[in-house]
Design a protein around this ligand. Structure first.
Ligand code: PLP
Length: 448
């Protein structure tokens, strides 16, 4: 189940307590106790808020048999949980070849590398696999360093790129940067990201904000002159869609100053936003693309770096060297997932259903002054709750109440930035299920 990204105390503690009380059946209570006892505690993870016994399609089910539509899924569940075709492919691969030591080429790994190279834009066709997204970001950083002979990176405050030291350094989220004694990675510099008009960066419009952000990136790249890479998600996870022309301006600035552009498409890639890659919306090609999460089909962990062919310059060094770098089972899972997404037309489905859902959710703005904005791309959607539309003040307590009310009604999602209901269902969701979920959100918001 999801964890809420809220900041500060809230007077909706009652809703939280009621929820916790619901986890009071003996089986759930005992598993939660053992979980809290066995795992190192950390923010946004352990102790857990609920249990899970089953995950199938868009649904998760807890130990007490309560079912929830999962509109978060850690962004792994594009094809739904336990897709039968994927489960069958994994079982078969386990029988055929279950592991490959790194220096032995195996068919599924090579085929996946070739497939990603063919799908990626431009001449991005040299690939390396890792087990998780954070590691893949770090491989991308190493490639950028090796290719440019520079070490500095420019990225956004508030962004998340993974929990490793390098990834957390280019990330800009306090939760992942604080309380680590000693310095993070040298040379990881940040700028304020673009924001919506509701956000508190002092701009009247998304366009103004994006222009200021692109100008700042261009200024810093030129002023310091020695950045290896700009690292960013093409669409911010909050979610925040870039203004038209933003990435073109950043791309040009990178080209002017010999800086590579690394797109982290770990949550946005593979059809989620209505295109196979999110950056396709912006008409800009990165130098290095990073995928992860849904690549393993919601079952297995695998991530990938896809770099421009001429960035293959570190052959004498180990830039990844992960134990499961060429695992036939995880690569088979990724190949099958890509085939499902393409053959079932899931990117197109995300575009169509996302447009429908966001239009419907915008109807809430006529009924509630607390809906500041509805935004997103494809099935990565956000409903920003504010105290009063127009005057930016995040409605964090309302967001928390909406969250718990929705859970009570069988819908799970994440809250971003404390006040943005972040709705990201699997791309296989049926229209009736989507309508049901939207109805739950609408009723929870209107209940105030
Ligand atoms: C944008 C982004 N980059 C990187 C990561 C890290 O991926 P992983 O958890 O697989 O290391 C995440 C995970 O949430 C992410 O959302």
């Amino acid at each position: 189940m999801n964890v809420i990204h809220t900041e500060g105390e809230s007077n909706t503690a009652q809703a939280r307590q009621e929820w916790n009380a619901r986890q009071n059946d003996p089986a759930s209570r005992e598993l939660l106790r053992r979980d809290a006892d066995a795992f190192l505690h950390q923010s946004l993870s352990s102790p857990c808020v609920s249990t899970i016994a089953k995950a199938e399609g868009i649904w998760i089910e807890d130990l007490a048999g309560r079912r929830y539509m999962d509109f978060h899924g850690n962004s792994v569940h594009h094809i739904g949980y336990a897709h039968p075709r994927l489960v069958a492919a994994i079982k078969k691969q386990l029988d055929d070849l279950s592991f490959a030591p790194r220096r032995f080429a195996c068919e599924p790994a090579v085929e996946l590398a070739e497939t990603l190279g063919a799908l990626a834009p431009g001449d991005l066709s040299k690939v390396l696999f890792t087990t998780g997204g954070s590691d893949a970001i770090e491989v991308a950083l190493k490639v950028a360093r090796a290719a440019t002979g520079r070490f500095k990176t420019l990225s956004f405050w508030d962004a998340f790129h993974g929990a490793g030291f390098g990834a957390a350094s280019v990330g800009g989220e306090a939760t992942f940067r604080s309380q680590i004694a000693g310095p993070l990675m040298t040379g990881a510099e940040h700028v304020a990201p673009w924001a919506s008009r509701n956000c508190a960066y002092g701009h009247d419009s998304l366009e103004d904000s994006a222009r200021a952000c692109a100008n700042m990136i261009s200024y810093v790249l030129g002023r310091e002159g020695d950045f290896a890479a700009v690292v960013a998600e093409p669409m911010r996870a909050t979610p925040l869609v870039p203004a038209p022309g933003f990435w073109k301006a950043v791309r040009e600035a990178c080209d002017r100053h010999g800086t590579l552009l690394i797109f982290d498409e770990i949550p946005t890639g593979l059809g989620k936003t209505g295109r196979f890659f999110s950056h396709e919306h912006d008409g800009v090609t990165p130098d290095i693309l990073v995928l992860g999460k849904a690549l393993g089909g919601g079952i297995l962990p695998i991530a990938s770096v896809i770099a421009r062919r001429d960035l293959d310059v570190a052959g004498d060094f180990a830039i990844g060297h992960y134990t499961h770098e060429k695992n036939p089972v995880t690569t088979r899972a990724a190949l099958t997932t890509i085939a499902i997404i393409r053959e079932e037309g899931l990117a197109e489905r995300a575009a169509e259903l996302g447009t429908y859902a966001m239009d419907r959710l915008r109807g809430l703005m006529d009924q509630s002054p607390h809906v500041g904005e509805v935004r997103g791309r494809g099935l990565m959607m956000g409903v920003e709750l504010v105290e009063e539309r127009g005057a930016y003040k995040p409605a964090r307590e309302l967001a928390e109440r909406v969250y718990y009310r929705s859970l009570e009604e069988g819908l799970s999602f994440k809250i971003s930035a404390g006040n943005v209901l972040t709705l990201s269902p699997p791309l296989i969701i049926g229209r009736a299920e989507l309508d049901k979920a939207l109805g739950i959100v609408e009723a929870a918001v209107l209940a105030g």
